[in-house]
Design a binder for this molecule. Structure first.
Ligand code: ARG
Length: 460
């Protein structure tokens, strides 16, 4: 058993090794070292400003902390499980470096408000990273949409060919989903950007501290209003994880489409070799593994959200050790989401768009059935009747193994006298152009939507 340290001075026995490892968070909260050191530096400076410790002591503490950060970044600090967590590991190292003065850093502070601060600093950083990655993917979607502005493909409902749409319109749908994700994260930031230090263990601290100046130093928008809530609150973790779950759901839908589109049955896109793998026994295979894995990883991100909600459910105020369970799921969510976004941006950018296959599929003239019904409506037929005329026309074509294109005007007229030779002007292009409404797939609308989306993405 390792050395007893001061946290155990109340106890007669040392901790069992298994219990030590069970309760330690250092294997994963070491990731918070930068936030922990930044928070401690701000705290030490404030203590000196308020005359709670001397300027000289604060200087020593700050210098010590800066050199510990360098040690950690150089891989030179050995973390110890018996020191439980990142906070104790850094504090113990500080004591080795500067002696008893190190003990003054923890005046007017508890690990409970310290860990809340560290996690909020980390979450703030994670939100910024995720927003940057969302922007990267949005930009890639816009670039591919613009490069293929003349490409139409079938739009589907029930995965059945429905009406032609522009590929750019299709990608702009994903851009909107990601835009909502950006806004959700921005909103989550408001409740994350709150400084909890000064709450102490749970009740506040009996020192003349200046919380607002610490918040300012660390760039927080505001300070927490209730000490009990501040050390017990992990809503911001739940909010990030919920936003992440939604983004992963969006990415999973995109993944699913790209996987389908990569199949021989669709043949709409081909992933670049860097984003696909081969099969160990079937030499012809090129699997869209990256997209599949992203679809699969969506499950673990949902899992982290449910795990966090479950951990918080029924927890009495204020801090409880259960809260230590907030970190692994959160870190994994941040990593999974940010990596998936970045990889998707590159994957979308490098995939080959098979324009010919898309246009060929779009020229399946059953896609024009609605337009032919709309044609009859323009000639005065109520839409429901027009629908039924075109339905019997379609049934006739299927029986004969024909398409609209093969019909003569006489054949059209046999189904409705309203048909005239201008029915032949109905094409994929006319179908697209006709959907000239805000949010529609008419090329003029899509071009305007692209320009507008560019501006929105540049603005965040
Ligand atoms: N490692 C702990 C955590 O992650 C830090 C806070 C510990 N506080 C306590 N009273 N034991 O939650």
């Amino acid at each position: 058993m390792s050395d007893k340290h001061h946290l155990r001075s109340r106890f007669e026995k040392n901790m069992d090794d298994l219990v030590r490892d069970y309760t330690a968070s250092i294997p994963f909260d070491r990731r918070l070292y930068r936030q922990d050191i930044a928070g401690s530096i701000a705290h030490a400076k404030m203590l000196a400003r308020q005359g709670i410790i001397s300027d000289k002591d604060a200087e020593l503490i700050v210098m010590g902390l800066v050199s510990i950060r360098e040690e950690i970044e150089g891989g030179k600090l050995q973390f110890k499980a018996e020191l439980e967590d990142i906070h104790m590991n850094i504090e113990a190292r500080l004591a080795e470096k500067i002696g008893d003065v190190a003990g003054k850093l923890h005046s007017a502070r508890s690990r409970n408000d310290q860990v809340a601060l560290d996690l909020r600093l980390y979450a703030r950083h994670a939100i910024a990273q995720t927003n940057a990655s969302l922007k990267e993917l949005q930009t890639a979607l816009l670039d591919v949409a613009e490069a293929n502005i003349d490409v139409a493909l079938p739009g589907y409902t029930h995965l059945q060919r429905a009406q032609p749409v522009l590929l750019a319109h299709h990608f702009l749908a994903y851009l909107e989903m990601l835009q909502r994700d950006v806004e959700r994260l921005k909103d989550c930031l408001k409740r994350t950007d709150v400084m909890p230090l000064g709450s102490g263990a749970l009740a506040g601290v009996p020192y003349p501290i200046d919380r607002v100046s610490v918040a300012k130093e660390l760039g927080f928008a505001e300070i927490s209003r209730n000490s009990l809530d501040a050390v017990a609150d992990r809503d911001f973790v739940v909010e990030y994880e919920a936003a992440a779950a939604l983004t992963m759901m969006h990415l999973s839908r995109l993944a699913e489409e790209l996987i389908l589109w990569s199949s021989a049955e669709f043949g709409f896109v081909e992933m670049d070799d860097a984003y696909a793998t081969g099969s160990s026994i079937m030499p012809q295979k090129k699997n869209p593994d990256v997209a599949e894995l992203a679809r699969g990883k969506t499950g673990r991100v949902y899992g982290h959200l449910v795990a966090m909600l479950t951990t918080l459910k029924g927890l009495p105020l204020a801090y409880n050790k259960d809260l230590q369970e907030d970190k692994e799921g959160f870190f994994d969510t941040v990593d999974t989401l940010n990596n998936t976004l970045r990889i998707f941006a590159a994957m979308v950018r490098t995939m080959t768009v098979n324009k010919e296959r898309m246009l060929q599929a779009a020229s399946d003239d059953v896609l024009l059935a609605t337009d032919i019904a709309d044609y009859l409506v323009r000639k005065g037929l109520p839409f429901r009747e027009a629908h039924s005329v075109v339905a019997s026309l379609t049934r006739h074509l299927i029986e004969k193994g024909m398409s609209f294109r093969g019909l003569t005007l006489e054949e059209y007229k046999a189904f409705s006298p309203l048909f005239d030779k201008d029915v032949f002007a109905i094409t994929v292009a006319s179908s697209l152009a006709a959907r000239d409404v805000p949010g529609g797939t008419a090329p003029v609308r899509v071009k305007a939507a692209l320009a507008e989306a560019r501006e929105r993405v540049a603005g965040h």
